[in-house]
Design a binder for this molecule. Structure first.
Ligand SMILES: [Zn+2]
Ligand SMILES: [Zn+2]
Ligand SMILES: [Zn+2]
Length: 562
């Protein structure tokens, strides 16, 4: 490990701090702490879409560092010039003061020739052809924006799409990387002068907030019912609240797709929704505020903190005996699926409705959540009395994730918005990139390369046309976003799964090897991987209770013991 003009640290990600300490100690050994040096610092990890560049910019200015920061696909690179002492502090602060949603990793630090920069600037992003890309999930509205949302004197008072560098849509709006407004579905909204000033002002917390928007220039709500078609934020919201108060079912476009909403305290409204959805007794998830949670469920400390996690998952919590819950909400089940508001729109709806609301994914049985306005009109008209659309395009669907605390640990029942794309670090390194195309029902796919594994959102049942379409889109999408082309395809051994048929066809067309895995083995292996950190070097006994899957002997197996 050398410092003088040489690379001192590469890819010991787990111990980036150590890298800095080493760099510092080498520097401190030098006599001249006032000597001006220029460092080229490469930072990876979760640094896209979390306000990392603006943070670097502000930090550099505060610390009198000159140079520039730029965003490549997946990386932030900084060229920083100052005296050694200042550079030390700067490097330390890059990690210790990073924005709350960022997980920066110092990839490398190189000393280069001094340029004598006059200022510190943010330079245009450039797309790089490499696979060290981390994509951030959608984030719930932050405290700061929430205060502005309900502040009468703020120009974004009650604006349902308020966001900043610390919150708002990410995964659901990114079309390509690097993460810049022009590469998101916000590109069609031209910034007004006020938003543009904020976007360009380094002191503003919306400096380079890519989905920045306001009532003047951003997305707008559109309420549609038999009698009304209102495209105006405050009025559309009022109409939606009125419809809900009248026991109607409203299809509300959220961050990752449409929800069907109705009054969760009304037996009649729930009956109506059940009848239309043809859902006899499956429980519905309920959207409620934290204070309402206390009235309806017995949440312990772990469950309360799960509810508040940034994924804003549906958490299955024991219902309170004394709580007045319509008996048709979750019949025969002692837990209730509860979710806190995540988007500014949901906060507004909860605030004005004042009671818990059913918020169930609007989809046709087995298909992924509906995301497109026209698709919603086609498929949901029979299920709802009104729509609350908006004109921000959802690039990829994301259902609400579901979690459960089982008194020992948190169990993820279903991944989704706020968690996707899900990333797992493999305990080994792959020599070839692998695409696993999943099962036939409740499909998800996974792409793995090096020691990284990325899992898609839920693609649904591949028997449905839309499920199959989203499945194909996910395959293309993951490879394109992460700039990784699969070299090996893994599929289920069942010859008739749509995913297996796809894998065979694709492998023939692109001349790639296909590895077939028996269904229960796949479940067992995935459990082993998830627990690899905890129980290393142990022998496994895995029970796979998963209905039916093709077994080694060519017959369909039920639950199996390995
Ligand atoms: Zn915010
Ligand atoms: Zn604006
Ligand atoms: Zn299965």
């Amino acid at each position: 490990m050398e410092y003088n003009g040489e690379k001192i640290h590469t890819r010991t990600n787990s111990d980036a701090r150590h890298c800095l300490i080493v760099a510092n100690s080498i520097q401190q050994n030098r006599d001249n702490q006032t000597e001006v040096v220029c460092l080229h610092i490469v930072i990876t990890g979760f640094v896209q879409g979390v306000g990392f560049r603006p943070f670097v910019f502000r930090l550099a200015n505060e610390m009198h560092i000159k140079g520039y920061v730029t965003n490549n696909a997946g990386q932030v690179t900084i060229t920083a010039e100052a005296n050694r002492q200042q550079i030390d502090l700067f490097c330390e602060s890059l990690l210790s003061h990073a924005p709350v949603n960022a997980k920066p990793i110092i990839e490398s630090v190189n000393e280069t020739s001094v340029v004598n920069f006059e200022e510190f600037s943010i330079r245009e992003s450039s797309a790089l052809n490499q696979s060290d890309i981390h994509i951030l999930s959608d984030l719930p509205v932050c405290e700061h924006c929430l205060n502005e949302l309900f502040d009468k004197n703020n120009r974004r008072y009650l604006y349902p799409f308020i966001n900043c560098t610390q919150c708002g849509p990410r995964n659901s709006i990114i079309t390509t990387l690097p993460y810049d407004r022009k590469n998101t579905s916000m590109q069609c909204f031209t910034l007004c002068d006020d938003c543009n000033d904020e976007y360009l002002s380094p002191e503003n917390h919306r400096f380079h907030a890519e989905p920045i928007a306001c009532d003047t220039c951003g997305p707008v709500l559109n309420f549609v019912s038999d009698k009304h078609n209102i495209t105006e934020n405050k009025r559309a919201l009022e109409m939606c609240i009125e419809a809900l108060k009248n026991g109607k079912v409203v299809a509300v476009k959220g961050i990752g797709g449409y929800h069907l909403m109705c009054d969760a305290t009304s037996y009649e409204a729930i009956t109506l929704l059940r009848k239309r959805k043809q859902r006899a007794d499956k429980p519905f998830a309920v959207l409620m505020t934290l204070s309402q949670v206390e009235c309806y469920v017995d949440a312990n400390e772990n469950e309360t903190s799960l509810l508040q996690q940034s994924s804003r998952s549906i958490v299955l919590i024991r219902r309170k005996n004394e709580a007045e819950i319509p008996q048709n909400l979750a019949p025969g089940i002692n837990r209730l699926g509860v979710m806190l508001p995540s988007t500014p729109l949901q906060y507004l709806i909860c605030h004005y409705f004042q009671k818990p609301l059913i918020a169930t994914s609007a989809n046709i049985s087995g298909e992924p959540i509906i995301t497109d306005n026209d698709d919603a009109k086609d498929k949901l008209t029979k299920l709802c009395d009104a729509f609350l659309h908006n004109n921000r395009t959802i690039v990829r669907p994301a259902d609400d994730p579901v979690m459960l605390y089982n008194n020992i640990e948190t169990q993820l029942i279903r991944t989704g918005r706020g968690l996707t794309p899900t990333e797992i670090t493999l305990p080994f390194k792959l020599t070839k990139s692998v695409l696993a195309v999943g099962g036939h029902i409740k499909n998800t796919i996974a792409l793995a390369w090096g020691n990284r594994l990325v899992i898609s959102a839920h693609n649904g049942d591949l028997s449905s046309l839309r499920g199959y379409k989203i499945f194909q889109q996910s395959i293309k999408d993951l490879q394109q976003l992460y700039q990784v082309n699969a070299e090996i395809i893994i599929c289920d051994a069942h010859p008739e799964y749509a995913s297996t048929l796809w894998a065979n066809k694709w492998a023939t067309e692109s001349n790639l090897p296909v590895v077939k895995v028996f269904h229960h083995y796949a479940h067992a292996s995935s459990l082993a991987l998830e627990s690899a950190g905890k129980y290393q070097n142990m022998k496994w006994l895995v029970f796979s209770w998963d209905g039916v899957g093709l077994g080694e002997d060519g017959t369909l197996w039920g639950e199996k013991l390995f």
